[in-house]
Design a protein around this ligand. Structure first.
Ligand SMILES: Nc1ncnc2c1ncn2[C@@H]1O[C@H](COP(=O)(O)OP(=O)(O)OP(=O)(O)O)[C@@H](O)[C@H]1O
Length: 345
């Protein structure tokens, strides 16, 4: 069953937190809601969860009405679970007790005792908590605590898992490791995941589709590849990964910078950029050459980054970031030309 969000607006006094938002989320999808602070991500998640009501618009799960401006199906009647950034664990309850807890509520009366026992064991095993089942939260690391929160969320076999920045209180390395665990849990449970984050690399790494929000509006919805390679607006281009917005003039599929330097485009560039005389070029889509046809510039900064070197290049008044292979070594102050690589390079 699809979750259908139709023309949802949410106002807090004069503030429009969500502005006419529509999206259909298919059963089993992993959706990331990505955007800067205050764009409305959490408000959208809370409305889906039933913790807040829309000012107008509807939320439906298949044919079942979840919310509209006059009706709000209670949280416990929606088959969903929520995972928070703060873990939300009780200090006096063991790992196992936390995981058993959701099955004690009224809505899980339908599950028999044997089924509940199996569900708890399954959630413990899926999250690798077998050896830690009798510990208290105070005896767990941050990553282990988040695994308890995940196990508690999946034990009741929800259709939808809502996650609000679940990794943001973990340190950088653990964050990256936990991404894989969340992906594994998605595969094992088959649940729809709706994952709020302001971290574009998390969204790109895990989601099937990303919803990019700005000021309560959806800027773009697409697969990670689509939003990275074919951003629809300047905001998306810059928010999702690094992007050079080269200014110039389009004529058919040829882009001119200062009338003389040309770059051929064999990709389709969104009308937004063509109308504004812009070409969004990712740092790895430029190559730095010592001579040739391209934008003339000078290297102003260089950072070693393992496999590649990150250069800053000054071209007249503009600065561009370019990632080049380690073998192609340029020096600071060297005069170079920037050439747009052909697609696929
Ligand atoms: N209960 C509330 N009362 C008044 N304004 C609110 C309330 N909740 C949210 N807002 C406002 O609505 C807008 C969207 O907030 P929301 O929390 O959804 O943003 P967000 O994208 O989740 O931000 P963050 O990443 O900082 O959590 C913001 O301007 C916020 O100040």
């Amino acid at each position: 069953m699809s979750l259908i969000i139709n023309k949802v607006t949410k106002k807090f006094g004069n503030i429009i937190a969500l502005n006419n938002v529509s999206i259909e989320i298919k059963d089993g999808e992993f959706i990331a809601i990505l955007g800067p602070s205050g764009c409305g991500k959490t408000t959208l998640l809370r409305i889906i969860g039933g913790f807040a009501e829309p000012t107008s618009g509807t939320i439906k799960m298949g044919d079942v009405l979840y919310s509209d401006s006059a009706f709000n199906l209670p949280v416990e009647k929606r088959n969903l679970s929520m995972v928070f950034q703060s873990f939300a664990l009780w200090p006096h309850m063991s790992v196992r007790e936390h995981i058993e807890f959701p099955l004690k509520s009224k809505r899980n009366k339908a599950m028999g005792d044997e089924e509940k026992k199996n569900a708890v064991e399954e959630a413990i095993s899926w999250t690798g908590l077998k050896k830690l089942a009798d510990r208290l939260p105070g005896e767990l690391s941050g990553g282990q605590k988040q695994r308890v929160a995940l196990a508690r969320a999946v034990v009741s076999k929800p259709d939808i898992l809502l996650m609000d920045e679940p990794l943001s209180s973990l340190d950088a390395e653990l964050k990256v490791n936990m991404r894989k665990e969340i992906q594994d849990l998605h595969k094992l449970t088959g649940a729809t995941i709706i994952y709020v984050t302001h971290d574009q690399s998390e969204a790109l790494a895990m989601a099937n589709r990303i919803i990019i929000m700005k000021n309560g509006n959806i800027e773009q919805i697409g697969t990670p590849e689509e939003v990275y390679k074919k951003p629809k607006t300047e905001f998306v281009a810059v928010f999702v990964g690094k992007c050079n917005l080269v200014r110039g003039r389009w004529n058919q599929n040829i882009f001119y910078v200062k009338d003389t330097k040309i770059m051929y485009n064999n990709e389709s560039v969104e009308p937004y950029f063509i109308q504004r005389g812009m070409y969004p070029v990712r740092p790895e889509q430029f190559s730095i050459e010592r001579k040739g046809l391209g934008i003339e510039g000078r290297i102003t900064n260089k950072q070693y980054n393992g496999r590649e070197i990150h250069y800053t290049v000054k071209c007249e008044d503009d600065f561009y970031v370019v990632y080049e292979d380690e073998e192609k070594n340029f020096n600071i102050n060297e005069a170079i030309v920037l050439v747009k690589k052909e697609r696929g390079n």
